[in-house]
Write a protein that binds this ligand. Structure first.
Ligand code: FNR
Length: 395
């Protein structure tokens, strides 16, 4: 996905719409129903954390280097033993059928095609198995919204591992959805159920048993069954604790033969240290795109502090607010080893399904390659704190 792959190729095959994220966001808004737009765009509260996420990127500036032999550049990296094309992957996003009928299947397919890491959400609108098939031999991970029903939890982890997802990422910041004005106004849960929010669960053998016990026939009553899945196993509103994470990690390690176990949603240095003490393999420094705690710290500011405290002890990934190659670069320069993107690919999916996802990711990769070229960096190893200048944090 070097610059040549895009240069002069505005032939309608890949460059099917503008590559400017502001334009892409606008196109997605035009394409989606009001409910779809509300779900993808809403943030917690007044969107201050979302804004803080974006502002934090503005505060850090790249320092270009000159006379470097950037005639060959390498953006490939390794994540959890997989060689991938770039340090950029697909963040887990729920209910992809809201955006396009082929949902997760298209996203997973493009991820494999571009050799990028893909992470499936527990709130997916297709089954773990079907998305695994669509992703072929692509590198894929499973994001767990952890049920309090341990048997369901084990069943999901087992299904994920059997379907080739070889890292588990537990999201720790969303036992409940925060107050998101537009989503609440839209009647969020009913809207999600209409779009197959529970469908990942409807294939789970343990959950099917629970449905039978409750006298619900998922064939006759898929909406009620899906609602039960989401309300009881996904956004169930009952927090888990660090003690429980030990159990979850043990289960995953047993099922997967020791594959990586990670936490997503870490923002505090204390929590990052605790993750290190527990022997957790990786953390995703994320504030869920500003959708959970409004008024919270910018995720990029959290990243800087966490890298300073434990950057040499645990694998640190980043997400929240990434919109461009320069944003990816800045997160790497601050010490993230890997960057997940969310809304960017959601917009691509909304505009043009599989082709839209391909367009967004290919253009981001090409932009990153060109950035390395013009900024004077041959390899990811060279992108460190000396590569950026940081304005004082007055945000
Ligand atoms: C999310 N995110 C999310 N995270 C998660 O662990 N499981 C999920 O099901 C979802 N679903 C979801 C839906 C939508 C519409 C959005 C926007 C986000 C959070 C996601 O994984 C990631 O943390 C952020 O999206 C990253 O920020 P950007 O790139 O969207 O700014």
């Amino acid at each position: 996905y070097q610059r040549e792959s895009f240069w002069g190729t505005n032939d309608g095959k890949y460059l099917i719409f503008n590559t400017d994220p502001a334009e892409i966001e606008k196109l997605a808004k035009e394409k989606l129903s009001q409910g779809g737009w509300y779900y993808s765009s809403c943030n917690a509260g007044l969107s201050w954390t979302h804004l803080a996420n974006r502002q934090a990127f503005y505060r850090h500036r790249i320092i270009p280097r000159q006379l470097v032999d950037t005639n060959t550049r390498d953006s490939a990296t390794e994540i959890f033993g997989h060689r991938v094309a770039a340090p950029v992957g697909f963040a887990p996003i729920g209910i992809n059928r809201i955006y396009h009928p082929t949902g997760e299947l298209s996203v997973a397919k493009v991820a494999q095609e571009l050799n990028l890491a893909y992470c499936l959400s527990s709130a997916g609108s297709y089954s773990i198995e079907d998305v695994g098939k669509a992703n072929g031999n692509g590198p894929r991970f499973f994001q767990l919204y952890q049920s309090h029903d341990d048997e369901v939890c084990i069943s999901m982890l087992q299904r994920a591992f059997d379907s080739g997802y070889d890292a588990c990422i537990v999201t720790t910041d969303t036992w409940s959805l925060a107050w998101r004005h537009n989503d609440v106004f839209n009647g969020n849960y009913a809207f999600y159920h209409e779009h197959g929010a529970g469908d990942l669960g409807l294939q789970d053998p343990v959950f099917l048993k629970r449905l039978a016990e409750a006298g619900i026939d998922p064939e006759k009553n898929p909406k009620e069954a899906g609602a039960k899945w989401i309300d009881e196993n996904i956004w169930h509103g009952r927090a888990h604790t660090w003690e429980k994470m030990k159990w979850t990690m043990e289960q995953w390690k047993r099922i997967s033969g020791g594959r990586p176990f990670c936490l997503k949603g870490i923002q505090s240095v204390e929590d990052a240290k605790r993750a290190v003490e527990m022997g957790i393999d990786g953390i995703v420094v994320s504030n869920h795109a500003g959708r959970q705690v409004d008024g919270a710290i910018a995720s990029l500011d959290a990243l800087e502090k966490i890298v300073d405290a434990v950057g040499d002890k645990i694998y640190i990934m980043y997400d929240s607010g990434v919109r461009s190659a320069a944003d990816v670069f800045k997160a790497l320069a601050l010490g993230a080893k890997f960057v997940f993107i969310g809304r960017l690919w959601v917009w691509g999916l909304s505009i043009a399904g599989e082709q839209g996802v391909r367009h967004v990711l290919k253009s981001l990769l090409a932009e990153f390659d060109i950035l390395m070229e013009v900024a004077g960096f041959q390899s990811l190893e060279q992108i460190d704190r000396t590569a950026i200048d940081s304005l004082p944090n007055s945000s």
